[in-house]
Design a protein around this ligand. Structure first.
Ligand code: TMP
Length: 234
């Protein structure tokens, strides 16, 4: 698949056109940012590892009946994906308390929630991706009532599937962020699913194997991503 013009560059990925207007190439960079890009750095081969990990997770979810933008892996840093119109909403689901919910609500890190917590954020860096609810989504025309219902259903289902998937690899799925797109009138899962977008703790030890190692300078970032890649590749 020939790489055409760049369509978009985000903090961790670049999208390129292909000769097929319905398909784009998603290139994974080594750049890492945290806290709305106040903290910046690079993680050696993060792009390669996230491309491979995302491909594995998308393949698994696709096989379980979740529509995704994933088509195929092209090479170490690039996957072919369907062209979608990304909704300007980030969907977060949390099984265990960590990160912003601890800062915002005073819950203790590690608290196992009685039920998963689903959150929406407005995908807008100028405002630091603030938390919103479905009323904001409707009022700001970020999505329709029907789309919100579909996205919520998919997100709970994906949480069940991914929690099982990672539990089998001895990893606790603490929380993760999803992005959805519109493709031929359908809602499909898009973006990436990787240690950049999920919190993964080793079962039993609680060892953090995700981007919190970068966010909080815990060291051994590359090793943590590599370990997740090895586990999903088994
Ligand atoms: P948070 O606790 O910082 O709100 O993050 C919740 C989850 O969402 C965590 O798994 C990391 C992921 N996430 C992203 O993928 N992108 C982001 O910009 C943020 C803030 C979080």
């Amino acid at each position: 698949m020939e790489k055409g013009n760049q369509i978009y560059e985000g903090k961790a990925k670049i999208l390129y056109e292909t000769e097929d207007p319905n398909l784009v190439i998603q290139y994974f960079k080594d750049d890492a940012t945290a806290f709305n890009a106040q903290k910046k750095g690079t993680v050696a081969d993060k792009g390669v590892m996230n491309n491979k990990i995302s491909a594995k997770v998308f393949e698994f979810l696709q096989a379980e009946g979740i529509p995704t933008h994933f088509v195929e892996m092209l090479n170490e840093r690039e996957m072919l994906v369907k062209r979608v119109e990304i909704l300007q909403v980030e969907v977060i689901i949390r099984n265990i308390a960590a990160g912003s919910i601890c800062r915002n609500l005073g819950v203790k890190e590690g608290l196992k929630f009685y039920e998963p917590v689903l959150e929406f954020c407005y995908k807008n860096d100028d405002f630091g991706d603030p938390l919103i609810n479905s009323a904001h989504i409707l009022a700001m025309e970020l999505g329709t009532r029907e789309e919100i219902a579909i996205i919520e259903n998919y997100t709970y289902k994906i949480n069940e599937l991914m929690s099982r998937f990672f539990a089998n690899l001895n990893l606790d799925l603490v929380d993760f962020k999803l992005e959805f797109g519109r493709c031929n009138g359908e809602i499909v899962l898009a973006d990436e699913i990787s240690p950049d977008t999920c919190r993964l703790w080793e079962t039993g030890t609680g060892r953090k194997l995700d981007k919190d190692r970068f966010r909080h300078d815990l060291g051994n970032i590359e090793e943590a991503y590599q370990e997740v890649l090895e586990r999903v590749s088994k």
